[in-house]
Design a protein. Structure first.
Length: 151
């Protein structure tokens, strides 16, 4: 069995479990899958779980700043354009900082908070749970399964 197939099996199983548990607990299921996606994208860039989660949470904060800033500027298209322009620049520029260098994770967190209409609390919970449970644990168990079957 290949490492890819081993990871596919564990991602598939844990995704099903996540869909069930998150629905039963009222956790935003799709945001959890974004957390998982962010984790796998991060390790593809030699980053770690914490890099993914930190970037996601910073993105959620920035998303809320865009939402509230746009309202402050009159909740019109000009306010949205100004806030989006400024904060999109900042999300990329922050990549100079090692702890925030996983730029896609920041955009993913920001988009998730937009997609939940500013439900930052639910977004934080779901993205962390998805990153850890579906992403990190599926990766660890997938690698274990690969090593076990390789023997």
């Amino acid at each position: 069995m290949s490492a890819l197939l081993s990871n596919a099996i564990t991602v598939g199983l844990l995704s099903g479990v996540w869909a069930y548990i998150s629905t039963k607990l009222g956790i935003i299921t799709w945001v959890g899958f974004i957390g998982c996606t962010s984790y796998y994208a991060a390790i593809g860039q030699n980053k770690k779980l914490k890099d993914s989660l930190i970037s996601n949470i910073v993105g959620i904060v920035i998303g809320m700043m865009i939402i509230y800033g746009s309202r402050f500027l009159g909740d019109n298209i000009l306010g949205v354009v100004v806030m989006t322009t400024v904060f999109s620049f900042l999300m990329v520029a922050q990549g100079k900082l090692k702890s925030l260098s996983f730029i896609p994770g920041t955009f993913l967190g920001c988009c998730c908070v937009f997609g939940t209409n500013g439900n930052w609390q639910g977004t934080v919970i779901a993205i962390i749970c998805g990153g850890i449970f579906v992403g990190y644990i599926s990766h660890i168990t997938g690698n274990w399964l690969y090593k076990f079957c390789k023997k």
